[in-house]
Write a protein that binds this ligand. Sequence first.
Ligand code: ADP
Length: 198
Amino acid sequence: MRLLLMGPPGAGKGTQAAVIAERFAVPAISTGDIFRANVARRTALGTAAQTYMDAGEYVPDEITNAMVADRLCEGDCADGFLLDGYPRTPQQVAELDTILDRSGVALDAAVLLEADPDELVSRLLARSEEQGRADDTESVIRRRLEVYAAETGRLADSYAERDLLATVDGLGPVEEVTDRILAALTSMSAQRTATSAP
Ligand code: ADP
């Protein structure tokens, strides 16, 4: 299973990524988590990423793409993966296509988690109290939502054009959202089987 999980900050990507990846026994790869781990360990990658993250801006594509290309080469990705928070720009979509083509594999689906903007802000503010993430202050949250709307909001269209997109309502209890995602994936694969039948 090769999956993408897309959606605005606060939609619940990280929470759902962990559950869905476990269900399909594939690694959940979060670019945000990898950047944060590098910031914490003070690596060169962390130093390069931190100013962008603190401001709510995207880390430049060259840095992000190289990191994802390396990660997807690791052995645990051979039978599948779930990417959380990547791709977020057209250049990242192109890079992912190149990486997959090179390995002769294809994506199975892109899941877009949707939620109302006010709900996103209140979820992120609540999380900032629990986790103290540096970029969960109100002004940086607003900037992250703006950047998402400007840079990433329309990217899902390119997966819709390839019949790979499942749009799922991210509101409600975690288990219900998980069930919606699994149902959407099941119905996509059923449709595919039906259309590819002789
Ligand atoms: P969120 O989706 O809530 O903003 P993430 O943990 O996914 O949180 O990302 C945190 C930060 O990491 C982003 O604001 C950005 O600076 C950086 N980042 C994560 N993924 C990418 C990406 N694909 N491209 C560029 N920057 C990224």
